[in-house]
Ligand binder design. Structure first.
Ligand SMILES: Nc1nc2c(c(=O)[nH]1)N[C@H]1C(S)=C(S)[C@@H](COP(=O)(O)OP(=O)(O)OC[C@H]3O[C@@H](n4cnc5c(N)ncnc54)[C@H](O)[C@@H]3O)O[C@H]1N2
Ligand code: MOO
Ligand SMILES: [Mg+2]
Length: 440
């Protein structure tokens, strides 16, 4: 069954989200706001990995395996040649040298894919190509370069030893070997090995179908004319669709909807037939037109809260519609939306995919300039990480803290994570960072 374009009703065992009530949301932390960790853990506790599908191995790239895989065949399947040359008995050419070549009659030939029809008799040679089965009676291969490449007789100019240039059955993988475990995320080399043992299908968790929606009456689709002096282009649905795709999701970028309660409700409802997760931006703060917060409780999403983080303080979450599809409602400022994606949506996508760890690994880096942070909030500042000639990881901030500063976000390659109780870091101190890109 194709994974793309599948409807939820196609799922072999649709998730039954109706039985278990949601756990109660966590209590506020020391600052009076919910901590980032509590909010993320709460979201994750309300999600379960998607049901497994049998999938073509190539389309399983990046997906999490739902079966243990054992090798049905050995690799190599048979003793074979590692070189183009002549199959011989090593003992027949042990005296060979530049000045004292050994001459052997060539009694046959075997290429890759062919059966080795003849048994090698003592004192003879059989032409053999790389990957061809070693004829019975032979125990070594002499490469062409050590011979005169003769056709009816061959002169061998170098001695050989038993086993030379022979690849033995099972020396790579023995039939029955346990190769892959449940939960393993498949990379290109794994897919090569799966194909090598003959698997065209594997059982994996599918890519979550993630619908991304921007809300805001001021928004205009990129490529269209801005209608008045105060309209802006919708960057969030592109930013988050790209980030979700990079995280492994199959993304539907739904685009934008104005701050009209009925339109927001209708558009979200329309997505529920296909989405495993809905992500929206905007409309979750205190404003008069913050409609997401106003209308989503009618569809079942009720957890609107403030998280002790900067940026990304206002957050919404809930299960919406009859089948209680998870929906994460992020703040509208683009940097807040992105940082919230990293803190909550990326882990949620990974949880749906059954891929661990859910969170980005934290690494350490040395700040090159002093950094300040608001008390009581976990700071997730845009940073630029480099590696100096001693191999020390350095980080400087990319511009200011403003959550509208998109160009600084684009040139950053990391988020600098400062704990809630830290208000200042001096140059030369080490801090935690999440690397967003590979840093040399
Ligand atoms: N009185 C208060 N006002 C605000 C508070 C607060 O605590 N009290 N919090 C501020 C913080 S922090 C954030 S973050 C924002 C969150 O706002 P909303 O989630 O309600 O988002 P909007 O009001 O819809 O938009 C905020 C801002 O972002 C721009 N935006 C929205 N969507 C997009 C998009 N798709 N592409 C580009 N830019 C977008 C929008 O034009 C606004 O400038 O609230 C603060 N206010
Ligand atoms: O929380 Mo807002 O995201 O600080 O700008
Ligand atoms: Mg607002």
């Amino acid at each position: 069954m194709p994974l793309f374009g599948r409807k939820k009703s196609d799922d072999p065992a649709p998730l039954d989200r109706t039985r278990e009530p949601l756990p109660p949301p966590p209590e506020p932390g020391p600052s009076g706001l919910r901590t980032l960790d509590d909010h993320r853990d709460y979201l994750l506790s309300c999600l379960e990995p998607l049901p497994a599908f049998s999938q073509h191995v190539l389309d399983a790239l990046g997906l999490s395996l739902c079966e243990d895989v054992y090798a049905p065949i050995s690799m190599p399947r048979f003793d074979n040649s590692a070189m183009d040359g002549y199959a011989v008995r090593a003992v027949d050419v042990e005296a060979a040298g530049d000045e004292s070549p050994v001459s052997l009659p060539v009694v046959g030939e075997v290429a890759a894919g062919q059966d080795a029809l003849h048994r090698l008799s003592p004192g003879t040679a059989i032409k053999i190509m790389t990957g061809a089965p070693l004829p019975a009676g032979a125990d070594a291969v002499v490469p062409y370069e050590a011979t005169d490449r003769g056709s009816s007789d061959v002169r061998v100019y170098a001695p050989s030893t038993a086993g030379q240039h022979v690849r033995y059955v099972g020396e790579d993988v023995e039939a029955g070997t346990h190769l892959f475990s449940v939960g393993q995320q498949l990379g290109p080399r794994d897919i090569g090995l799966l194909a090598g043992i003959g698997h065209d299908q594997v059982l994996v968790r599918p890519r979550p179908r993630v619908a991304v929606v921007s809300t805001g009456t001021e928004l205009v689709e990129p490529g269209l004319e801005l209608g008045n002096d105060h309209q802006i282009y919708d960057s969030n649905s592109y930013l988050l669709a790209a980030a979700a795709r990079q995280a492994g999701a199959h993304v539907f970028r739904v685009g934008l909807v104005s701050d009209d309660p009925e339109q927001v409700k209708q558009l979200i409802t329309d997505q529920l037939v296909r989405a495993d997760l809905v992500v929206s931006t905007g409309g979750v703060s205190q404003g008069d037109y913050d409609v997401v917060k106003a209308v989503m409780p009618e569809l079942g999403a009720t957890d609107f809260t403030q998280v002790a983080m900067q940026p990304g303080k206002p957050q919404g979450f809930g299960l919406v519609g009859d089948d209680r599809t998870p929906m994460i409602m992020l703040p509208g400022n683009p940097v807040s939306a992105f940082v919230s994606f990293e803190a909550f949506v990326r882990p949620a996508i990974r949880r749906l995919m059954g891929v661990t760890p859910y969170t980005r690994p934290t690494v350490r880096a040395r700040v090159t300039h002093p950094v300040s942070s608001a008390p009581g909030r976990r700071q997730l500042a845009r940073g630029i990480v480099t590696v100096d000639e001693d191999g020390t990881r350095l980080v400087e901030l990319a511009g200011g803290h403003g959550s509208h500063l998109m160009a600084d976000l684009a040139r950053a390659n990391a988020l600098v994570v400062l704990p809630e109780d830290v208000t200042a870091v001096e140059a030369g101190e080490d801090v935690d960072v999440w690397l967003l890109d590979e840093v040399a």
